[in-house]
Design a protein. Structure first.
Length: 201
């Protein structure tokens, strides 16, 4: 299993961007919330069967990351720039894509940045109806090699199914919920309400 920090300083190289982290206990959400403000950088796109070419990283985007209580998942909602125009294309939605990692657990590093332990299986979806489950082969290999117990393996599979039924089945509802959580988080950041900050002037 791989440890991934929520400031995404390893694979994505976003370590220089403003990072905010907080515990949230609201009607909309209970769990850990973090935000990465992508203040610079060229756009990276993914190509999906129904959505087509969608931006996942680039100047003006916001990554909202959620680890809900009682679940084994880390949700990343990749918000488009406020103008929602990228490369001359106008997008009507606010979230370009969701990337959900199935996780074993999570915690805090010595510098207080949260991390999660990735269980290989991922679910990627968008509002146009693309739903893609990735890296099942890696999950199977980890179980076959003895890295994962039968209990962990079965839990990861069930969590993947739950993500599809709870989040992907009604992506518009998921988008509205993420918008509400982001608004609450941004309000707390503005009011400096018990928010951990990194790379913020």
């Amino acid at each position: 299993m791989t440890k991934k920090r929520l400031d995404r300083d390893l694979k994505w190289g976003l370590q220089g961007f403003p990072y905010y982290q907080m515990r949230m206990d609201e009607e909309e959400f209970h769990g850990l919330v973090s935000i990465i403000d992508l203040i610079d950088g060229g756009f990276i796109f993914w190509e999906k069967p129904k959505a087509g070419k969608i931006p996942v990283c680039g100047k003006g985007m916001i990554w909202l990351q959620l680890i809900p209580d009682g679940k084994h998942r880390a949700i990343t909602a990749k918000f488009l720039p406020a103008s929602r125009t990228v490369g001359g294309v106008k997008y009507s939605k606010s979230v370009s894509v969701w990337y959900v990692d199935v996780i074993e657990d999570w915690g805090y590093d010595e510098d207080n940045v949260a991390y999660f332990t990735d269980m290989y299986l991922d679910v990627i979806f968008d509002i146009e109806g693309d739903v893609i489950t990735e890296d099942r082969d890696e999950l199977d290999a980890a179980y076959s090699s003895g890295e994962l117990s039968e209990e962990q393996y079965k839990r990861a599979i069930e969590e993947g199914k739950a993500i599809v039924s709870e989040l992907c089945a009604d992506a518009e509802k998921t988008q509205k919920r993420c918008e509400d959580i982001l608004a609450l988080a941004l309000n707390r950041i503005e009011n400096n309400d018990n928010v951990f900050k990194k790379n913020v002037q």
